[in-house]
Write a protein that binds this ligand. Structure first.
Ligand SMILES: Cc1cc2nc3c(=O)[nH]c(=O)nc-3n(C[C@H](O)[C@H](O)[C@H](O)COP(=O)(O)OP(=O)(O)OC[C@H]3O[C@@H](n4cnc5c(N)ncnc54)[C@H](O)[C@@H]3O)c2cc1C
Length: 441
């Protein structure tokens, strides 16, 4: 219990947030309580991360009666643990999206995903969310010569679509990034960074302000059809609603049969140093852009609002084992920034994000008025916020064919039970390939 499960069944209490930098420096969550009385609402939303809270805001603004129920607290899941890099686009490149989804649908989705950061920064502005937003672009450097070709192609594809992106001058990269380790980079100026937990708590406050109700420490235990309605049972209250949105991300458990098997829940770690000295603060990312590099096992880094170096990544490890992830990010830190001397690490935490086999997010409606969306493949700040809006549109009657995302059939990943061990092997293999590529670069 704890890392993977928001609710401790034995002690009948919610799991607490991990000891993350964000938990330390974020403004408090708005006051909320657990549900103790039965209620009849229009829509029950299960899960108070970006997906659920964005859906709640968009529906409550249209005067729909909403109850959000969250097993732990707003932002307990990936939304309160992530790197805070607000990145446009999908995990796969525009031309691949068009190949998979066809010209018309593909073009719509590419445009939607490219504009998704606008929604994040608009909500922050509209509701005055105190989450240290900075919109100064996102840099993706290439760690190997092989990956340089990939990022050049990605940059070209977005340029052809009119996006404000460009390749950076290679000679200037050590100055821009604070490390000499990269062979090329592009910048996407639609992107930026935030404090992710503060953003999530701000969305919760915004949802309350526009009329939604949020119940925390309230796990949904069962979901049952009741004529044309839905019943959602929690330990001390029964909710009845016309619609249910399941917004439980990679922490979906077995509430909706089969949903868990549509994704691989991958563990990602984040580390943060003690506050940096003046020399490092002036030399590492002086432009303060967030960075995720391109290699098979990417390393991400940024400077936090309180002046620390924060890095993220994953490694070959299945199940709840996290030490290997922490050690591998520390190694990446030494490799990139060792020239400043030993890094003084202060925080390590981790969380799960939802990976799909086609690298696209999915929207499901397995029964009438039962909706869910997940699978942002590590791009969830902007995309989950945008998915919440799409879910709200569907509840308000937009026909499936008019939604930006198709409604997919809830199909399990074949041999899903094999994924934790096979993922560990695959990730280990990717690490080896990265080392070979680097040696050849
Ligand atoms: C370490 C890490 C770093 C990342 N970095 C980035 C980044 O820099 N940029 C980026 O764009 N994306 C990043 N991501 C991905 C991004 O955080 C996620 O895609 C996004 O937060 C998913 O939001 P969500 O609302 O769908 O799910 P979550 O935020 O996971 O929320 C799901 C919620 O559902 C609740 N829940 C589950 N079951 C129940 C139940 N039965 N009853 C009630 N509540 C329930 C959980 O408690 C949880 O709060 C990262 C993810 C991780 C883990």
């Amino acid at each position: 219990m704890g890392e993977n499960d928001p609710w401790d069944e034995e002690r009948r209490q919610p799991a607490s947030l991990p000891r993350s930098l964000w938990a330390q420096i974020s403004p408090p969550a708005p006051p909320t309580a657990r549900a103790v009385e039965d209620a009849r609402v229009d829509v029950v939303i299960i899960g108070a991360g970006y997906t659920g809270l964005s859906a709640a805001i968009h529906l409550a603004q249209a005067r729909v009666k909403i109850a959000v129920i969250e097993a732990a607290e707003s932002g307990w899941g990936a939304s309160g643990r992530n790197g805070g890099q607000v990145i446009p686009g999908l995990k796969i490149d525009p031309e691949d999206v068009l190949r998979v989804l066809g010209q018309e649908r593909g073009k719509r989705i590419v445009e939607w995903a490219g504009a998704a950061p606008d929604l994040v920064f608009d909500l922050i502005r509209q509701f005055d969310i105190d989450c240290s937003p900075v919109r100064n672009g996102w840099i993706q450097p290439a760690y190997t010569k092989a990956s340089l070709k990939i990022i050049e192609s990605r940059c070209r594809q977005w340029q052809e679509r009119g996006a404000p992106v460009e390749m950076l001058d290679r000679a200037k990269l050590p100055e821009i990034l604070g490390t000499p380790k990269y062979v090329g980079a592009w910048i996407d100026r639609r992107a930026g960074s935030i404090n992710p937990l503060a953003y999530c708590r701000g969305l919760a406050k915004a949802a309350l302000d526009v009329g939604a109700t949020i119940f925390t420490s309230t796990p949904a235990k069962t979901l049952t059809r009741n004529g044309n309605l839905w019943n959602v049972a929690t330990p001390d209250a029964l909710f009845t609603a016309d619609h249910v949105i399941v917004a439980t991300g990679a922490y979906c458990g077995d509430l909706v049969p089969g949903l868990r098997k549509t994704i691989a829940a991958v563990r990602l770690g984040e580390v943060a140093t003690k506050p940096l000295n003046d020399e490092m603060l002036s030399k590492i990312l002086p432009g303060r852009q967030p960075v995720s590099d391109w290699r098979r096992l990417l390393a991400s880094f940024r400077i936090t609002p309180d002046g620390r170096l924060m890095m993220g990544g994953t490694t070959a490890s299945s199940g709840p084992e996290t030490t290997a992830i922490r050690d591998s990010i520390h190694r990446a830190g030494r490799d990139l920034f060792g020239h400043f001397g030993a890094l003084q690490w202060d925080y390590f935490w981790s969380g799960l994000f939802a990976v799909t086999t086609d690298k696209l997010p999915h929207l499901y409606e397995p029964q009438p008025n039962l909706l869910m969306a997940l699978g942002c493949n590590g791009r969830g700040i902007a995309l989950s916020t945008a998915l919440g809006k799409v879910l709200a549109e569907r509840v308000q009657g937009t026909a499936p064919q008019d939604l930006v995302l198709p409604v997919s059939a809830l199909e399990p990943i074949p041999f899903h039970f094999l994924y934790p061990p096979s993922m560990a092997i695959m990730v280990g293999w990717k690490g080896i390939q990265d080392r070979i590529d680097r040696a050849l670069s």
